[in-house]
Each structure stands twice: as C-alpha cells, then as structure tokens.
Write a protein that binds this ligand. Structure first.
Ligand SMILES: [Fe+2]
Ligand SMILES: [Fe+2]
Length: 255
C-alpha cells in the first residue's frame, strides 16, 4: 500500500493553500472526482502536525466549512492514533486508523452548511440528510487512489455496539474494529467541543457519558482503554508517548 505523498509542497504554504482553494472550488462544483484527487495529495500533509502548525488558520479564510470539519477531523485522528497505539495495533493499522479518523466525516463536506450547522433542532428530513454522511463519505472515497480502502470503516463509524446505530444497524463484532475505535473517539470529541446544537461538556462529564454508554453505544473494552489510557495521558500532554497496555492488562482491569 502506498502511503506516500504524490507531490512535495515547498516551504511556503502557497502550494498547500492553493490545493485547499481548488478543493473548495471542486466541492462547490460538485466535482467529487477532482475533490478526491486533491485530497489524495493533501491528506498526508494534514496528518503531519509539524507541517500543519501554521496553516490551519489559512484554511479558515478560504472555506469556513472545510476549516470547521478539518479541526474536528484532526482531533479525532489524533485521539484515534493514540487509542490504536494503546490497543497495541500494528504500525500500519495505527496509520490506517489515524487516516480513518481524519476522513470519517468526509461526507459532511458535501452537506449544505445551513443544515450541518443549524442552531435549531433538525427536522426529520434534515436529520435524514445528516445521517447519510457516512454514505456520502464512501461515495467520495470511491474516487480516491489512496484512501478507497477506508470506505467500510467510514461507512460504519455511526454503528452502535447494541445494533441501534446507522446506516445498517450492525451489532457488536459485526462492526469493524476500526469503526468501533472511531465511534468512541468521535463521540468524545463531539461532546467536548461546542456544536451549534449543543453546549460542550467538561472532560469529566464526557468520560461519565462514555462509561454509561459502554456496552450499548460503544465497544466496552475499547471505551475502557480510551478512558484509562489515552485520556489520562492526553490530558497530561497531547503528543506524549502513551503507556502501552496489553490484552492481559485489559482483561485484568475489566473484571
Ligand atoms: Fe460522523
Ligand atoms: Fe465526527
């Protein structure tokens, strides 16, 4: 599998920013093929924290919707990477899960911002459109040269462990392991950040909610490791190397 970059941007941010401008334009024209061609180029850079350090705010000037979704995607990818490491997955799996974290809500880029960021409660028709974002994401990914293999992970990131999720109502281990990882970290980020329709929760309240939903909404083992390993570490330092917890450790602690 090729995880490399197609093009090398120079030191100035001009090339990268130009690509974001072209992405914004392609989305506006509903040219999904072109949009994915650009994303194939820019995603590896977006995952590079050093490269992105001074570029995030530039995205805001070009397209506020891309900027908003970028920030959530970036946080979810960071949590997902830490959680995948704590679950002792292989290096390539960790990278695939980091990429999935970044691209899980890709489908939201093609939803009208008036629905996506609506302050009032969504009507049933609008809610249906929002619920289609995993499928929209897959549609976009089907045009990708590098990230097509993430389609099933993206499609299943709103499935719930008890079978009450969407789009297919998959249950327990029917849901891909990677999607169960994304589901936990995505929910934590959604709860701890302001959204147009809800106020953010403090970390402690969000952790209590994840514990409450472990076994119903979330895979209980994954939820446990996220709270016990990643969040403890993450609250100390976002990029600090985490403590690796073995499977035996998990079984011991869950008893
Ligand atoms: Fe989502
Ligand atoms: Fe999300």
């Amino acid at each position: 599998m090729n995880y490399g970059r197609l093009i090398d941007f120079n030191d100035s941010s001009d090339d990268f920013i130009e690509q974001i401008r072209m992405l914004s334009d392609a989305l506006l024209r509903k040219d999904w093929k072109k949009a994915m061609l650009i994303l194939d180029n820019v995603v590896p850079y977006c995952l590079d924290n050093n490269y992105m350090r001074f570029k995030t705010s530039l995205i805001k000037e070009i397209n506020p919707q891309i900027y908003r979704e970028f920030k959530h995607a970036k946080r979810v990818s960071l949590y997902a990477r830490q959680l995948a490491k704590a679950l002792t997955l292989s290096r390539l799996d960790v990278y695939a899960i980091e990429q999935s974290g970044f691209l899980h809500d890709l489908g939201k880029l093609i939803i009208d911002h008036r629905i996506l960021y609506k302050d009032d409660q969504l009507n049933p028709w609008e809610w249906k459109i929002i619920q289609n974002h995993p499928r929209f994401g897959c549609e976009l990914l089907s045009w990708s040269a590098h990230f097509k293999y993430l389609m099933p992970i993206v499609e299943q990131h709103h499935e719930r462990f008890d079978g009450s999720g969407y789009p297919k109502g998959l249950k327990g281990e029917e849901i891909l392991y990677a999607s169960r990882i994304i589901a936990v970290v995505d929910a934590y980020d959604a709860m701890t950040c302001n959204r147009s329709y809800q106020r953010r929760l403090e970390s402690g309240a969000a952790i209590a909610e994840i514990k409450r939903c472990a076994g119903s909404q979330f895979d209980p083992e994954i939820a446990f490791i996220f709270i016990e390993s990643v969040l403890t570490d993450y609250n100390c330092s976002m990029f600090k190397k985490h403590q690796v917890i073995t499977k035996e450790h998990i079984v011991e602690r869950i008893k």
